[in-house]
Write a protein that binds this ligand. Structure first.
Ligand SMILES: O=C(O)C[C@H](Nc1ncnc2c1ncn2[C@@H]1O[C@H](COP(=O)(O)O)[C@@H](O)[C@H]1O)C(=O)O
Length: 478
């Protein structure tokens, strides 16, 4: 049997196949039918503005000869996109097969729907077809639709999943703020920290990106074939088209009005957004790798999933597969987002169509990130600190106290205490490259001429208590 004969169709890519459950919420906003539905919403709202006007023009028809729509007629027009389903997708595809132009096919699809209007809706008739797509170039419809689709996808799907990760990490940072942890710099034992503070570093970093994302502008334009309102003025010379355009983009579409464009909206907002998401992806990629290594070290233990298999041959194993999956999908997402950011900001003269083709992949770019967020969240929920390993690591590395001892010696020397010269060198001679225990550290302190208070303070230190103000710093993560 040929796989292509199977119905429903077999997906080529994992986003719509194997991983569909995790990415499905984005289908509502970033799939091709979602884009076509949004195009219909934009076309319909444009017609309503042209027929009914707005406060700025006294709510009169903007285009002469068009009658204002009644509330029922507006509702009928607005139902066209809302009723766009499997049948509609096929009908649109049939038009596109003839036109080879996806936006023109949307226009014809809307035209078709007028035949379904009840007889009393006298404004909705064959003559009204002239108002569909009036004075628009396809990009007027496309840029507004894409901006709204991406904005909705970000606000309703991606950002909530991102926030869930941040909130979870913030909760854990608070919970583990006092849990001392051996640091490793260059992979070597170093000044201890706390597990909570290390998670809080990620919370802080991710919150900064969240702020950028929440303040992101989504720009839109509706100004004709080369951004001059040429056709608009030729048809309706007395209309203040700049005001109409601003009203439509700002108040009807909920976007930031871009007054100055070629045929295309310049896509700079998209470059900014995708760069930020890519940056956030990379921070979370770093988190995945760190947590993976903590698991490998035993600092985090994984909760075995009932019925699951770690390795097909080594029965004892629980593998950190969700972090590995997230790591890989963040990488793919970054590569697509980076390509979008880099290429969308260029277009030949007043337009070329490369952006159209490239923007077909926004769903994939955010989809891989969404999938990574899903697996990262699942992975984070399945781990907990392993206190036994954490304590053992600290106990086995008393040499990390070399730093506070030599620094306290410097302070004593500065205060004029005798015998405190060459503190770094003295501590180094005892500790560098050697395994040191508690007794040796105490003996070293006793051999120095510390004042009693300093000696007592240093002797009270252990690797587990030498964490500075790490736990207090967690409060700064928001
Ligand atoms: O309003 C216009 O159409 C003006 C026209 N520019 C165009 N603007 C927007 N879309 C256009 C344009 N040209 C083609 N198409 C249609 O875009 C679709 C591109 O297909 P794909 O590469 O799959 O993204 C595919 O459906 C194309 O037919 C111009 O001549 O300046």
């Amino acid at each position: 049997m040929k796989l292509t004969d199977i119905s429903p169709a077999i997906a080529l890519t994992p986003l719509d196949g194997r991983y569909h459950n995790a990415t499905a919420p984005l289908v509502e906003y970033l799939s091709e039918p979602a884009l076509n539905r949004e195009r219909m919403r934009v076309e319909v709202e444009w017609m309503i503005l042209l027929a009914n006007g707005f406060d700025g023009n006294g709510n009169k028809p903007i285009v002469d000869g068009v009658h204002p729509f009644t509330e029922e007629e507006k509702a009928f027009l607005r139902s066209i996109p809302e009723d766009f389903g499997a049948e509609g997708i096929a009908a649109h595809a049939a038009h596109e097969a003839v036109t080879h132009h996806d936006v023109k096919a949307v226009e014809y699809y809307i035209d078709d729907q007028f035949a379904k209007a009840p007889a009393e809706m006298t404004n909705i008739n064959d003559a009204l077809k002239t108002l569909v797509h009036f004075a628009c170039t396809s990009e007027d419809i496309n840029n507004l639709s894409i901006a709204r689709c991406v904005k909705n996808a970000m606000e309703n799907v991606w950002t909530p999943a991102f926030k869930e990760i941040i909130d979870h990490l913030a909760d854990k940072a608070e919970e583990y703020k006092d849990k001392a942890l051996l640091s490793l710099t260059h992979g070597q034992p170093a000044t201890p920290t706390t597990l909570g503070k290390e998670l809080a570093v990620y919370v802080y970093r991710l919150n900064r990106q969240l702020k950028h994302i929440e303040n992101q502008e989504y720009l839109g334009k509706i100004n004709g074939a080369t951004g001059t309102f040429g056709a608009h003025l030729a048809a309706c010379p007395d209309v203040d088209w700049i005001a109409v355009s601003r009203e439509f983009v700002t108040n009807r579409m909920g976007l930031t009005w871009n007054p100055l464009t070629t045929q295309i909206e310049s896509h700079d907002w998209q470059a900014e957004l995708y760069s930020t998401v890519s940056h956030a992806n990379r921070i979370m990629h770093n988190l995945c790798v760190d947590v993976w290594m903590y698991i490998s070290r035993g600092v985090f233990a994984q909760v075995p999933v009932k019925g699951a298999t770690g390795s097909s041959t080594m029965p004892h194993k629980v593998n950190p597969i969700r972090f590995e999956n997230a790591e890989a999908n963040f990488e793919i997402s970054c590569s697509l987002l980076d390509t979008l950011s880099a290429t969308l900001v260029e277009s030949r003269w007043q337009r070329d169509l490369t952006d159209s083709t490239t923007q077909r992949n926004i769903g994939s770019a955010l989809g891989y990130s969404q999938l990574a967020l899903y697996n990262l969240m699942g992975g984070l929920r399945s781990i907990h600190p392993n206190d036994h390993v954490i304590s053992r690591e600290l106990d086995e590395n008393w040499e990390v106290l070399g730093e506070p001892i030599q620094t306290a010696m410097r302070a004593c020397e500065l205060r004029g205490l005798p015998g405190m010269d060459k503190p770094y060198e003295k501590v180094k001679a005892l500790m560098r490259g050697h395994e040191i225990n508690k007794e040796q550290v105490e003996a070293f302190i006793d051999q120095q001429s510390f004042d009693p208070e300093t000696a007592a303070r240093l002797k009270a230190l252990t690797p587990a208590t030498y964490t500075g103000v790490a736990s207090k710093l967690v409060a700064f993560d928001r």
